[in-house]
Ligand binder design. Structure first.
Ligand SMILES: [Zn+2]
Length: 333
């Protein structure tokens, strides 16, 4: 048993309470490797933003559970070395799909876990989430539950269509499960292909596709039922067009990749949404930089020469999200 407290990590409780009051949201950036982690820590340390390091089941298998624990501990020490005196860093399991996986993460230094029972019948979702909460809270680990189903693909999580969260269910769910935060479905979606072109309209000024708006009435309904309760948005990458263009210019083939407009995320962050998950955008930033270097320097085979620029490009993206979308800069001095 390794407690996250020994690794210098924090859970999400105080972080979310402050974010809701302050009208901003905490970035939850997924990571799989060292360069991503370096970029996240550098961006958070430079902007003094609380940050959630987020790992999916697939990423944990990819990176190795033991190595991850030391990477998280290293992230805290690295942040201090960068001059961030009191780093506020969470290690969070994204889309836990079983009690056993959540328990294993709690036992190996995670400070927060998500149990995603959103695909289950309501009562089974409640029972599974309650079981995880009972275990996690013994160790002061915070738990995110989910109600409603997001469309899109993320690791093993797949769904064809959205099912919006039903505001009339949220009080019962939160009361029965004791979860600390709730992921809801209001039209965000996993992956880089969040919408079909026929769902969108064309912006006459830019010629780009504009997706249908998020269901803010559902978010408002949830906020009315659960005043002051931390809400989470998954699938909230914006799919920056310049990264998609770079990828396609240098041999890639991403067709009609569409994300969530950043002004909608900014609006959500000013409301009860206090955790916004961003994964695809950093994948795009990384891939764009790698493709550009390898296309322009075909003789290059030192990984540092393409992973270094990839890291810099991701860091730029993370700082942009923190400062211009989430508003979490300066909140963890
Ligand atoms: Zn998700």
């Amino acid at each position: 048993m390794v407690s996250y407290k020994d690794l210098g990590l924090v859970n999400t409780r105080d972080m979310f309470a402050k974010a809701i009051k302050g009208g901003y949201a905490i970035p939850a950036f997924n990571f799989n490797n060292m360069e991503q982690l370096q970029a996240i820590v550098q961006a958070a340390a430079e902007t003094k933003s609380p940050v959630i390091l987020q790992v999916s089941k697939g990423a944990r298998q990819y990176a190795n559970a033991t190595l991850l624990r030391y990477m998280a501990e290293g992230a805290v020490e690295y942040a201090k070395e960068l001059g961030w005196e009191h780093p506020q860093i969470v290690l969070h399991l994204d889309h836990g799909d079983s009690f056993e996986l959540c328990k294993s993460c709690v036992d190996m230094g995670f400070s927060s876990v998500m149990i995603d029972g959103s695909h289950l019948p309501y009562d089974e979702n409640v029972a599974l989430t309650r079981k995880v909460v009972d275990y996690a809270h013994k160790y002061d680990v915070t738990v995110e539950g989910e109600l409603g189903v997001l469309a899109g693909v993320e690791d093993d999580v797949k769904a064809e269509h959205h099912t919006y969260t039903r505001p009339e269910e949220v009080v019962d769910f939160v009361t029965k499960t004791g979860c600390d935060s709730l992921a809801i479905s209001i039209g965000t979606s996993h992956g880089a292909y969040k919408f079909k072109p026929e769902q969108c309209h064309v912006d006459p000024a830019t010629g780009r596709l504009v997706p249908p708006p998020l269901a803010f009435d559902v978010l408002e309904g949830v906020m009315k039922e659960l005043p002051g309760f931390p809400i989470v948005l998954h699938g909230s990458s914006s799919v920056p067009q310049e990264e998609v263009d770079t990828i396609n210019k240098y041999g890639g083939k991403l067709e009609a990749a569409i994300g969530i407009p950043e002004d909608e995320l900014r609006k959500a962050a000013s409301m009860a949404v206090c955790k916004i998950n961003i994964d695809s955008d950093s994948r795009l930033a990384m891939t764009a930089a790698v493709r550009k270097v390898l296309a322009e320097h075909p003789g290059e085979f030192d990984p540092r020469k393409y992973l270094g620029p990839a890291r810099d490009n991701m860091k730029k993206l993370y700082i942009h999200k923190i400062v211009n979308v989430l508003g979490s800069n300066g909140k963890a001095e």
